[in-house]
Design a protein around this ligand. Structure first.
Ligand SMILES: [Zn+2]
Ligand SMILES: [Zn+2]
Length: 299
């Protein structure tokens, strides 16, 4: 439940002005407003599972989005029952919607890629919780390779708009009639950035797969290691479990979230210590925290 000192867990990923949101617990829209990210750019909302702390904020968000003129289509990803859940609320509350929503529910046999647009794709898979819970991995599409100006000069391409077009992947024709394709002046494609969002789970194979080599992993670190038994019984991880998964999966950096409401701010030092003890590049996430994910070659 949302506490006065800690809201429920959500992750908003912003890329080139578009927004992708993972989970929407009760009160999600309050913090989203504080971030000033806006609601119109939201393209996809991925719900991990139908426990209240991950989905009770969905109706409020949908209503908030409908206050914007012509906000454009929205895709909602989630476990089976997500469309029915939203449909019931829409029917009971009869709230106004001015945009189409398409639902995509995970099922046995679903492809690994749940969603794709021109800049990213979202992969998903079932985790290990007390109910069907999905983990997600957002992957930015690879970028074109680096432009090689020396090569361009050798080929007789004058600096200017033609360079830009080649950099964007277009084939161009020179004044002398020769055509040049991008692969003649670009290096190999550069990998895009990757982020994993996986909460409410014990370690399992899917979790490792989704976390593999990501730049940033947002993971369930609900309990202190001294409460391992309770974590196991409730289908959650301790910070030690989560930090170990991140390290073994080769994540560059891990942010542990979804802290049990029983812990107060005073306990946070213990959390940090336990997490860092296992994997140095682990931090405890806090409300409204923001992270910039650099390209690896720029980092
Ligand atoms: Zn849950
Ligand atoms: Zn939860």
């Amino acid at each position: 439940m949302p506490m006065p000192y800690r809201f429920l867990t959500s992750l908003a990923v912003r890329l080139e002005g578009w927004l992708y949101l993972f989970d929407a617990g009760e009160g999600c829209q309050i913090n989203l407003k504080k971030t000033k990210l806006g609601i119109k750019p939201l393209r996809a909302l991925a719900v991990s599972h139908l426990h209240g702390d991950h989905c009770l904020g969905v109706p409020g968000l949908l209503m908030m989005r409908a206050q914007v003129p012509d906000p454009g289509p929205l895709t909602i990803l989630g476990p089976p029952g997500t469309e029915r859940f939203v449909g019931h609320l829409h029917e009971s509350l009869a709230f106004f919607l001015n945009y189409p929503i398409s639902f995509c529910e995970w099922n046995e046999g679903s492809p690994d890629v749940a969603y794709e647009d021109e800049q990213i794709r979202i992969l998903w898979g079932p985790l290990k919780h007390t109910t069907l819970c999905l983990g997600y991995r957002l992957e930015e599409h690879p970028r074109p390779g680096k432009f090689n100006p020396a090569r361009a000069k050798v080929l007789g391409i004058p600096p200017g708009p033609l360079w830009g077009r080649l950099q964007r992947g277009e084939t161009v024709k020179l004044d002398n009639g020769v055509t040049v394709s991008p692969d003649q002046v670009l290096g190999p494609p550069r990998p895009g950035r990757k982020v994993c969002y996986a909460v409410d789970t014990k370690p399992n194979k899917t979790l490792y797969r989704l976390c593999q080599d990501v730049d940033l992993a947002f993971l369930d670190g609900m309990f202190l290691p001294e409460h391992q038994e309770e974590a196991d019984a409730k289908g959650h991880m301790t910070v030690d479990d989560a930090a170990r998964v991140a390290q073994r999966a080769g994540a560059q950096r891990a942010i542990l979230v979804h802290i049990s409401p029983r812990y107060t701010e005073e306990d946070m030092e213990k959390f940090k210590e336990a997490a860092k003890g296992r994997f140095e590049r682990t931090e405890m996430g806090t409300d409204l925290q923001s992270f910039t994910v650099p390209y690896r070659e720029d980092a």
